[in-house]
Design a protein around this ligand. Sequence first.
Ligand code: ADP
Length: 266
Amino acid sequence: VLTVLGILFLGIALLLSHFMSKRAMIPIRRSFQRQREFVADASHELRTPLSILQSSLDVLEMEEGEQLSAVGRTVLDNMKDEVRRMTKLVSDLLTLARSDSGPPDLQCEYADVVPAVQQMIRSTQTVAASKKITLRLDAPATVMVYGDHERIKQLLYILLDNAIKYTPSGGDITVTLSVDNTANPPSMCLTVRDTGIGIPPEEQDRIFDRFYRVDKNRSKQMGGTGLGLAIAKWIVEAHHGTITVTSSPGLGSSFTVKLPLHSPKA
Ligand code: ADP
């Protein structure tokens, strides 16, 4: 009888603590939810004044640009850089706040990803060339993938932008696209390899965290927000894929994205 009573008592105690801890979690969950809504609302509200600032600076440059003194020109250029940086930060924050607040909002279709990759290569080619960086693409004629191709472009842009930022002048960047039909599930494999500064082994796990930067000053100088790879990881996970990095300091980095070719429901 004592053993049965003991088991009964233990069972009730376990049940009680389970419900109590669930109840205790409610205010914490609500507070997280409020925090997420606050970040989303604040980012949204900041977009309008920032775009007004941006267009006011453009007008100032157009109307008064020629007459500006050297100091005036430096001040104007600094203001334009900071407004650009803040606009990017606000848009990155908004993307992440939205990603936190529910299932990913993806516009998926089964389409060839090669034109999207080529488009991203073309749009980053000029910046790469200005740093005398060679940008190459190695891809088959077509790779059919089920996914949100705008988000896939955004993901590739983040990886290319980083590769260009963290590769010194004269370096090489190679983008390789292939299909792995033997993987489970069959996947597309996208690699962005650079010959840049590399990432120390102990930092490689953390670079996908929000606001994590190996060298804060360098990243800031390059116009980085520390949110790019967190967004890249979110896009990859929303597609049920993986993103990994291999890197050697001083030699370069290689980011590999694997995304399933077909819809999970197929
Ligand atoms: P950031 O806006 O600072 O570039 P990211 O989230 O895109 O932020 O990247 C996080 C950090 O990872 C960067 O600050 C940089 O230290 C490191 N990193 C990312 N990509 C590369 C790369 N290709 N080569 C070297 N370091 C990189």
